[in-house]
Design a binder for this molecule. Structure first.
Ligand code: SF4
Ligand code: SF4
Length: 95
């Protein structure tokens, strides 16, 4: 049986850091120059969500699995995504 991405993400454990490790540079760029908003579709952990009424991208940084895709996909390099401080963020199991 093929496992879904959502099911696999559910196997991960996370330790939420005290501060976000992801920020959006200029929200006006998201609202006025980026109609497709690829961050909201590319992130496998659904960290980014376009909120129509506030015209902003919401960032659920605590769900980040540190894959790095958003660092490449934003056509305006409008995402600053570092890695959480040591001991925080997603935890993978090996073996
Ligand atoms: S891809 Fe970049 S510019 Fe477009 S909505 Fe996301 S953060 Fe904003
Ligand atoms: S690093 Fe990956 S999981 Fe984290 S916000 Fe970017 S695309 Fe999503």
């Amino acid at each position: 049986m093929k496992e879904t991405v959502e099911a696999k993400l559910g196997l991960l454990t996370y330790k939420k850091g005290p501060e976000t490790h992801i920020s959006i540079g200029d929200p006006n760029i998201c609202a006025s120059q980026c109609p497709d908003k690829p961050c909201a579709t590319v992130c496998p952990a659904k960290v980014y969500e376009w909120e129509e009424h506030s015209k902003k991208i919401l960032v659920a940084y605590e769900n980040c699995i540190e894959c790095g895709a958003c660092r490449m996909i934003c056509p305006f390099q409008n995402i600053k995504c570092d890695w959480p401080n040591g001991g925080f963020g997603v935890q993978y199991q090996y073996g």
